[in-house]
Each structure stands twice: as structure tokens, then as C-alpha cells.
Design a protein around this ligand. Structure first.
Ligand code: NAP
Length: 363
């Protein structure tokens, strides 16, 4: 078997921050097709069709994500494509299968041998247990945008948030990859969704994707709008992937005893120092007086770290996400698509917040 050679993105050193890394330390280089003779009998070789450009991919380039890859490395936590070779013991997949790769078991977010194969490349290699058939009805762009975002939404809303039908969930950063997944999932759970964001255009998409109400955060004081939508009571659950001022305002429109889910801090990404240095000198802070007087449950929701601590969380979560995608209720929305050669434009579009839902590269 002879496969054509391809290309891959390489980050040669970590930047001070993602913009520095994208501009100065990331480049497209030639990639010979991996030689099957060098691969293991449980390995699967995939011709990458589509790779998600995620927020975590950006933060990794400066080591400002909790799991820093060692440069040089190829970004791309999640990808999907076609099986072009498989080892003799790789059961359950066949040549030509359309598959997506589990970013916890292969690629730069994984630990071990498969960390070298990121999705910003023509080819990826993954162990067979990391490979899933693309659920019926999803294209490659949607398939590579599925697990990370929807598993996060599931961990936050279901495992941590215990969201029930009829509850009101306030979702910040709802136009983002995980935010829009949370909108889809909260609706699947039977909740009423109030979504916030800075852009009227993106909020219109979020509403089309299922949010019951949208509230612009433009003037900084939006608590009254949320209170009005809940008859003055406040929301039952907050899904906060934004942080900063948005978190502070949220604490003024929650009901007594609400669950407050800390998902991320897109508005204040430089919590850690750049170039992979440890520490959190710019950490977000929440006022303990409001948390106490409102009897809030504040819940940290790190999906991967929780799963490492308790691996039993994963199988049911994966089954629900893949099952609901196959049944057609969870359909990732992808607003931006780029050729691999335009990876810098793709990363910049994501960084500048131009994307709604998913952003993908198509090697
Ligand atoms: N808990 C977990 O396990 C987990 C897993 C994955 C990601 N995360 C974290 O969750 C957060 C969101 O991730 P994501 O993948 O959904 O990111 P994303 O796709 O970039 O979306 C973030 C959203 O936040 C909103 N936002 C508000 N203020 C912002 C600001 N000043 N700068 C940039 N965006 C701002 C934007 O919406 P508007 O433009 O509409 O305002 C944007 O769409 C990140 O902090 C990420 O690290 C957590």
C-alpha cells in the first residue's frame, strides 16, 4: 500500500500567549504518510478529513491549558476521517470506515505514544479503542466537533448540575463550541434555556439552534432581563464558560439555592502565565457574600480531570452523546471551515470570537 505524503502543522515552541505562538512558532511542514510497518497491531491509520479548532487548541500553544504538550507537537485534539490502514488486532473497524477519534486517548490531549498525532495533519494514528464510527447523519465537520464539546456539556449539566426538565438554565458563551453544545443538551433534557452573548448576530443563530430566550450582555447590566424572564425569581442553574464580569452579574439573577457551574473563563484566558509556566496569578474571583446569602452550590466542572479521578464517569457519558447524536437530537453547528494551509486564519477566527459553534480545518 502506498499513501501520498501530506502536511501537518507543527508548534515548535510555546508562545507567551496564543497569538504569539500562532504568529511566530506555528508552521505547516511536509508529512510523509506513516509507514504501517512501524505501527502496532491495534493501531488505526486515518486520513484526516476534518479537525476541530478548539479553544483548548489555542491555549495549548502557549501552555496556558492545564495539560501542556511538549513542543514540537501537532495541534488538533479532535479529528475525523477515513480508515486507510488498520493493524491485524484492530477489531471492529474496516478500511474505508468513517470514524472520529477520541481526543482523550489520542492526540495532544492524551498521554503516551499517540500524543504525537494531532488532527491538524493529513494523517492521524490512534489505538483502536480511540476510534468510533461517525454517528449516522453527521458529516466529518460535525463529527470532529462532537465529543469534546458535548461531553463537557454533559459533565457540567448532567453529572454536576443535575439539570431536570422544567428548570431554567442560564448559559453564558452560548455561541461557543461548548456553549452551543450546552444549549442543545439542556433542551434535550427538557430545560428552558436563557442564552447570553455579546453579538446579536451570533445570538440569532443560538436562538435558531434552540435557546428559548437570548440576552445580550452588551451594556454590562443584564440581570433585570434575566429576572424578568423568570418572573423575578432567578434561574435554577448557571452554565458559566465566560467568567469575569459575566460571572459577577450572574450572581444577581439566580434563585436561592441555585447551582452555579464553573465551566471555563473565555473572557479571562490568561489565568496562567504563558510559555507553559505553572501558577494562576490572574485567577477569577467570586464574592463569598453573595454565594453564602443566596445559598448557592458552586460546582467546579473540569470534565477531563474529573474523568481521570473517576473513570466510571466516561462510558455512560460517551454512550449518551454518541446515542443522542445518532438519534439526531445533538447536531454540532459548524460556522467556519478552512483548508489546512489556512490554519492561522482558522485559529485567529476562533481567537477573535468570529465563530459560532464549531470551527474546522479540512486537511
Ligand atoms: N469544563 C471543561 O471541562 C471545559 C471543556 C472545554 C472547554 N472549557 C472552557 O470553557 C470555555 C469556553 O470554551 P469553548 O470551547 O466554548 O470556547 P469558544 O468556542 O471560544 O466560546 C467562548 C464564548 O465565550 C464568549 N465570550 C464572552 N466574552 C468573551 C471574551 N471576552 N473573549 C472571548 N469570548 C468571550 C463568546 O461568545 P460571544 O462572542 O457570543 O459573547 C464565545 O463564543 C473556555 O474557557 C474553555 O477553556 C471547559
Amino acid at each position: 500500500m502506498s499513501l501520498p505524503s501530506g502536511q501537518r502543522v507543527v508548534v515548535s515552541e510555546l508562545g507567551d500567549e496564543p497569538l504569539d505562538a500562532i504568529e511566530h512558532h506555528a508552521a505547516l511542514v511536509a508529512m510523509p504518510a506513516p509507514d504501517p510497518a512501524t505501527l502496532g497491531e491495534r493501531d488505526v491509520l486515518i486520513a484526516v478529513a476534518s479537525a476541530a479548532v478548539g479553544w483548548v487548541d489555542l491555549l495549548m500553544t502557549s501552555g496556558q491549558y492545564q495539560h501542556p504538550p511538549k513542543p514540537p507537537y501537532t495541534p488538533g485534539l479532535e479529528y475525523a476521517g477515513t480508515v486507510v490502514w488498520k493493524g491485524a488486532a484492530a477489531a471492529g473497524v474496516a478500511l474505508g470506515d468513517r470514524v472520529l477519534v477520541d481526543g482523550l486517548l489520542a492526540g495532544p490531549r492524551s498521554l503516551g505514544d499517540y500524543q504525537a498525532y494531532g488532527g491538524f495533519a493529513s494523517y492521524g494514528v490512534a489505538p483502536v479503542e480511540a476510534v468510533h464510527r461517525v454517528p449516522e447523519g453527521l458529516d466529518f465537520d460535525q463529527a470532529c466537533s462532537l465529543l469534546g464539546s458535548y461531553e463537557t456539556a454533559y459533565h457540567c449539566l448532567v453529572t454536576r448540575g443535575r439539570v431536570r426538565a422544567g428548570e431554567v438554565v442560564l448559559i453564558h458563551g452560548a455561541s461557543g463550541a461548548t456553549g452551543l453544545a450546552a444549549v442543545h443538551l439542556a433542551k434535550r433534557l427538557g430545560a428552558t434555556v436563557i442564552a447570553t452573548g455579546r453579538s446579536a448576530e451570533k445570538l440569532a443563530v443560538v436562538q435558531r439552534e434552540g435557546a428559548d430566550h437570548v440576552v445580550p450582555t452588551g451594556d454590562g447590566r443584564w440581570r433585570d432581563a434575566v429576572k424578568a424572564l423568570t418572573g423575578g425569581r432567578g434561574v435554577d442553574v448557571v452554565y458559566d464558560g465566560v467568567g469575569g464580569e459575566v460571572s459577577l452579574e450572574s450572581l444577581r439573577c439566580v434563585r436561592f439555592g441555585a447551582r452555579y457551574l464553573i465551566v471555563g473563563w473565555a473572557a479571562t484566558p490568561f489565568v496562567a502565565k504563558g510559555k507553559g509556566q505553572r501558577g494562576a496569578p490572574n485567577a477569577n474571583q467570586l464574592p463569598t457574600n453573595l454565594i453564602m446569602m443566596r445559598g448557592l452550590d458552586v460546582l467546579g466542572c473540569p470534565t477531563v480531570i474529573s474523568t481521570v479521578n473517576d473513570p466510571s464517569l466516561r462510558p455512560p457519558r460517551l454512550a449518551y452523546v454518541l446515542g443522542w447524536a445518532a438519534e439526531g437530537t445533538l447536531r454540532p453547528h459548524v460556522s467556519h471551515r478552512f483548508a489546512l494551509a489556512d490554519f492561522k486564519d482558522a485559529m485567529l477566527a476562533k481567537w477573535r470570537g468570529e465563530v459560532t459553534g464549531g470551527c474546522v480545518l479540512r486537511p
